[in-house]
Design a protein around this ligand. Structure first.
Ligand SMILES: Cc1ncc(C[n+]2csc(CCOP(=O)(O)OP(=O)(O)O)c2C)c(N)n1
Ligand SMILES: [Mg+2]
Length: 326
């Protein structure tokens, strides 16, 4: 057996000494974990000075690139919802052509960021095509479960019963009528080199996944849950706690797909709930602090809807458990 190089594990001390490639001074909301997510991702790059970012529109983009300022200390390209992975494909193709002509020695690493609006809905076509063409890029989708930057419209990532401005709560309808798309599985089914889910709370797990995804030669996708206090309506200092609870309730199971072996693996933070199912918290612990689910608890408690939500979470969890036990 060949000796594998040990997996990179970030240490806080080392990160503290590194240059910030996603800087402070951007205009994300106070407590918005999307900013922490971007910082962590940039600190996990294998070749920080040799990376190009292609970014779809969304909170992270509009808040970090208000003309004439930018929070990005790497070459960065604005993209549409529809084409962020396609832009990355084009950049890679252009560098390859220039290298063939002897104009470049190197092809930079490509990192794509988008929100769930692009990653779950409007940009799926471009992402699907870029993965199929086997471009060498990592696509990070930060999932805050709605189109937040334009005023909280529901997306394919919005869970059932959540309030948004386009999934209203009233006498006739209790929020969004349908469940969220299993988008990470949709991308994993494309058989990329690497695919994973992540949480902004489990910072080391997330950063190790970013490093892995960047180092793979070929397409990689990470879907990271990043709470949004404007829509989820929790006190703004509780973002990381909401992300942690999403993992503890198994609403956001953390797993990886390895394209080489074509296998799914449960990641360490979620593995504990497989080993000891009694540690899995009831979903209402995650739902109740969130104003977008207030109507499930007040003025009358809707046990039927809470139970339905729990059943959906349990079904997804059982499915992931079966996949990762293959
Ligand atoms: C095709 C298209 N439709 C609508 C818009 C307007 N728009 C810009 S950002 C945005 C919301 C982004 O949502 P998401 O991707 O989830 O990112 P978030 O703002 O939640 O971080 C919308 C609707 C657009 N730019 N392009
Ligand atoms: Mg969003």
């Amino acid at each position: 057996m060949t000796q594998e190089t040990p997996q990179w594990r970030p240490k806080l001390k080392d990160i503290a000494d590194q240059e910030e490639l996603f800087t402070s001074g951007q205009r994300l909301c106070a407590g918005c974990p999307a900013g922490s997510m971007a910082r962590m991702a940039m600190h996990a790059l294998p070749r920080p000075k040799n990376t190009i970012v292609s970014q779809a529109t969304g909170c992270l983009e509009v808040a970090s690139t208000i003309y004439p300022y930018t929070a990005w200390r790497v070459p960065w390209m604005h993209s549409l919802f529809e084409n962020a992975p396609a832009n990355a494909s084009g950049i890679e193709a252009a560098y390859k052509a220039r290298k063939r002509q002897g104009l470049e020695d190197d092809i930079p690493d490509l990192l794509v960021f988008s929100g769930d609006g692009s990653g779950f809905d409007i940009g799926v076509q471009a992402a699907s095509g870029a993965i199929e063409r086997r471009h060498n890029f990592l696509y990070i989708i930060y999932d805050n479960q709605a189109y937040q930057n334009t005023g909280i419209q529901r997306s394919g990532a919005t869970p059932k019963y959540a309030w948004t401005t386009t999934s209203e709560v009233g006498k006739a309808v209790p929020g969004k009528p349908t469940w969220k798309k299993p988008i990470a599985l949709v991308y994993a089914a494309h058989d990329p080199e690497y695919c994973a889910t992540a949480s902004v709370y489990h910072w080391r797990d997330f950063m190790m996944k970013v490093r892995k995804g960047m180092e793979k030669q070929g397409p990689a996708v990470i879907v990271v849950l990043a709470p949004c206090h404007r829509n989820w309506r929790y006190p703004e200092e509780l973002g990381m706690k909401m992300a942690k609870l999403a993992v503890e309730t198994c609403f956001n199971p953390l797993w990886e797909y390895d394209g080489e072996t074509r296998t799914y693996t449960m990641s360490a933070p979620s593995m504990q709930f497989v080993k000891d199912p009694s540690k899995k918290k009831p979903i209402e612990e995650w739902l109740e602090p969130q104003g977008r689910f207030r109507h499930l608890f007040r003025p009358t408690r809707r046990d039927d809807l809470i139970q339905d939500f729990q059943n959906l979470v349990d079904e997804d969890w059982e499915f992931i458990k079966r996949l990762t036990e293959m």
